[in-house]
Design a protein around this ligand. Structure first.
Ligand SMILES: NC(=O)c1ccc[n+]([C@@H]2O[C@H](COP(=O)([O-])OP(=O)(O)OC[C@H]3O[C@@H](n4cnc5c(N)ncnc54)[C@H](O)[C@@H]3O)[C@@H](O)[C@H]2O)c1
Length: 248
């Protein structure tokens, strides 16, 4: 056993490709799972994995506070917080004030607000694990991606600061950094841009030493590792799940 059985895990962006896979894996490992997302769960995805669902905009402080209080009352104090929710604004030097406000409010602000209201619950539990989603985009420059990459660099900074602040409480904080993952979002964006999916998949695959995109289950396995006692001596780290993207 690696200490996940009976733990309460909250996953933001829980209806997204990676958040849902993380929720599913944590459920399989015995956690009580709460999926949180901006979108309503119209397809009943949470029910399919026997998870609770809360519709929430993580960038709205009063709503975050209220949701966290309700979860504590109705489900219990959260042990594991997985911050996958993200806003995708891809702009270069021409980014506007509005672009910055939008992406910062969710990727940096929302991630921070979730931690702000869940950390007191973790303290009551005597510890916990926070997993913040960055990306290979949090390590390198990519053309016309300044807005997104800046927030993914920032997530790594937040993680390292919080790891220092929260270590005395037994709360570990780590960053998970995926490479390109073959998701529905990838397929939909190819369709939207009129790009050939197979060709784009080959192009993306070639960026990784393993010559393929990752699978959502491979990222979810890393989430479960960072959530569990198997990673009990790991905090303030960046875990790359990138098929060797950054080793090239
Ligand atoms: N998919 C990839 O290839 C990849 C690679 C590297 C890093 N990542 C990171 O992984 C994370 C998840 O990505 P994904 O591919 O699953 O994306 P996704 O678009 O499938 O999921 C993101 C989810 O976040 C939700 N969300 C957006 N704004 C929100 C808000 N204000 N409040 C609550 N929920 C909100 C969306 O509704 C969506 O369900 C992101 O942080 C992303 O940067 C993804």
């Amino acid at each position: 056993m690696r200490g996940l059985n009976g733990k309460i895990a909250l996953v933001t962006g829980g209806l997204g490709d990676l958040g849902y896979a993380a929720g599913q894996r944590l459920k399989e490992e015995g956690c009580k799972v709460i999926l949180v997302d901006l979108q309503p769960d119209t397809e009943g995805k949470s029910k399919q994995i026997d998870a609770a669902f809360v519709q929430l905009d993580i960038s709205q402080e009063q709503a975050v506070k209220k949701t966290c209080e309700t979860i504590a009352e109705e489900i219990g104090h959260v042990h594991i917080l997985v911050n996958t929710a993200a806003c995708f604004v891809f702009k270069g030097v021409d980014a506007t004030e509005e672009d910055w406000a939008k992406i910062n409010a969710v990727n940096i602000g929302g991630t921070s607000l979730m931690a702000k209201y869940i950390v007191p619950q973790m303290r009551k539990n005597g510890g916990g694990s926070i997993i913040n989603f960055s990306s290979v985009s949090g390590f390198v420059g990519q053309s016309n991606f300044a807005t997104y990459n800046a927030t993914k660099f920032a997530i790594r900074g937040l993680t390292k600061c919080w790891a220092q602040d929260l270590a005395p409480d037994g709360i570990r904080v780590n960053t998970l950094c995926p490479g390109y993952i073959y998701t529905k979002a990838f397929i939909n964006s190819c369709k939207k841009l009129g790009l050939d999916i197979e060709e784009e998949n080959r192009r993306a695959s070639a960026m990784h030493l393993l010559n393929r995109q990752g699978r959502v289950e491979e990222v979810a396995a890393a989430v479960a590792f960072l959530a569990s006692d198997d990673s009990s001596f790991i905090t303030g780290s960046d875990l790359l799940v990138d098929g060797g993207y950054l080793a090239k």
